[in-house]
Design a protein around this ligand. Structure first.
Ligand SMILES: [Mg+2]
Length: 399
């Protein structure tokens, strides 16, 4: 079947959309909310719903609805003011996962992205398999669920992610495009909004299939010079590329070992060096990080990343190392005999450190011998937290 496809039909585009993202993060942080109607949004008199949990949607509450109306529809819901910083943290975790699958990630918002995984197919098998793995990683690493649409272009992938929410996975077969699109209402075409839809309806065009079969000369009085564009979309044709926007600012450090390494102390020493390097760069740029990421690759080139948010932004070596070590050790518990080919750690969710207590970077001594000495000191002292004092000790060396 694949042999009959054009090059553009061989692309593999994934659209990932987190399910009721803000509300789901609130439920994650307060388990008593799980399954309850939860509405996140502006709580003032002119507030608007940002996200409603699926339990709240059953009452007819949806995003962009005035909060007053939501309260009338569902008085028993939990109404919560958005915590954007927390959502950004969780978003950074999710996007870190995306970038394990492909560098071609185009974020549309905190909870939504296109991924071009065409070049990753060999590594992960079928598009469906990648979709399943992305969902599984998101669930496993962040505790959240996502809906995934897979197709050979962005338009179809985005529609696909939306039709089986929540926790959906829908693949559009290039040969089933018309069957998939034709029954959909024209409002599903990007750009056909409240103004245009009634005019098309007046022409008897209610579905994408009807628009697809309508002569361009009939469409032109309504759709103007965009008529051809809409008809191409109605045919499932969309050649736009996934355009990776600049990734979330992040700083990382990783090492591929000359020979695969299985010794825990040596691995921890490496992690310690990396925490040192990453935190020093953070301090030099007067940044703090909210999420720590550890990356581990085994000799079979199987790569896992583990990430977790800190309770508060930090650029302290000790804090970052402690989190990286915790992430590593959790993985290591179940992989004690696995040799490691590559080990890395990094941070995301960066923000200005301001002029607070954390701003110590410009006074750090970068003498590497001293650092390595201290790394091994701390290892010898069996990883006691109090012993890992690099930043503090080095700080005193230079006026
Ligand atoms: Mg969403």
């Amino acid at each position: 079947m694949g042999d009959f496809l054009t090059d553009s039909e061989k692309r593999a585009i994934v659209h990932v959309d987190m399910d009721a993202f803000y509300a789901s993060v609130e439920c994650l942080d307060d388990r008593s909310l799980t399954g309850q109607p939860v509405v996140v949004g502006g709580l003032g008199s002119r507030g608007v719903v940002a996200t409603a949990s699926y339990a709240a949607r059953k009452f007819g509450v949806h995003s962009a609805m005035p909060m007053g109306r939501a309260r009338r529809l569902c008085p028993s819901a939990h109404y919560i003011k958005p915590r954007m910083q927390r959502y950004r943290e969780k978003s950074a975790e999710v996007f870190t996962i995306f970038r394990d699958f492909t560098p071609l990630v185009e974020g549309l918002s905190l909870d939504e992205a296109f991924l071009d995984v065409s070049a990753s197919l060999k590594l992960f098998g079928s598009p469906e398999n990648i979709g399943r793995e992305i969902k599984q990683r998101i669930r496993q690493d962040t505790g959240l669920t996502a809906s995934v649409g897979l197709a050979h272009n962005k338009f179809l992938a985005k529609l696909a992610s939306d039709i089986r929410k929540p926790d959906g996975l829908v693949l559009v077969d290039p040969e089933q495009v018309h069957a998939f699109l034709d029954p959909m209402p024209i409002s599903r075409l990007w750009g056909i909004g409240k103004r245009t839809a009634p005019k098309l309806k007046a022409l008897g065009i209610l579905t994408i299939g009807q628009l697809r079969r309508t002569d361009l000369s009939v469409l032109r009085p309504v759709l103007g010079n965009r008529s051809g564009h809409y008809q191409r979309l109605a045919n499932g044709i969309d050649d736009r590329e996934v355009e990776p926007v600049r990734p979330d600012k992040s700083i990382s450090h990783e090492v591929t070992f000359d020979t695969d390494l299985a010794e825990r102390p040596e691995l921890l020493a490496e992690l310690q060096r990396q925490a040192e390097s990453v935190s020093r760069r953070l301090r030099a740029q007067r940044l703090m990080a909210s999420t720590v990421v550890v990356k581990i690759r085994d000799p079979g080139f199987h790569t896992v990343t583990r990430s977790r948010s800190l309770r508060a932004g930090s650029n302290s070596t000790q804090t970052l190392y402690r989190m990286a070590r915790a992430l590593f050790e959790k993985w290591h518990e179940s992989h004690k005999t696995t040799a490691i080919r590559l080990l890395g750690m990094g941070v995301t969710g960066l923000e200005d450190a301001g002029s607070g207590d954390h701003d110590t970077g410009d006074r750090l001594d970068s003498n590497s011998d001293q650092q390595i000495d201290r790394v091994f000191d701390s290892i010898n002292q069996r990883y006691g937290d109090a012993k890992i004092v690099h930043g503090q000790t080095l700080r005193r060396k230079k006026p």
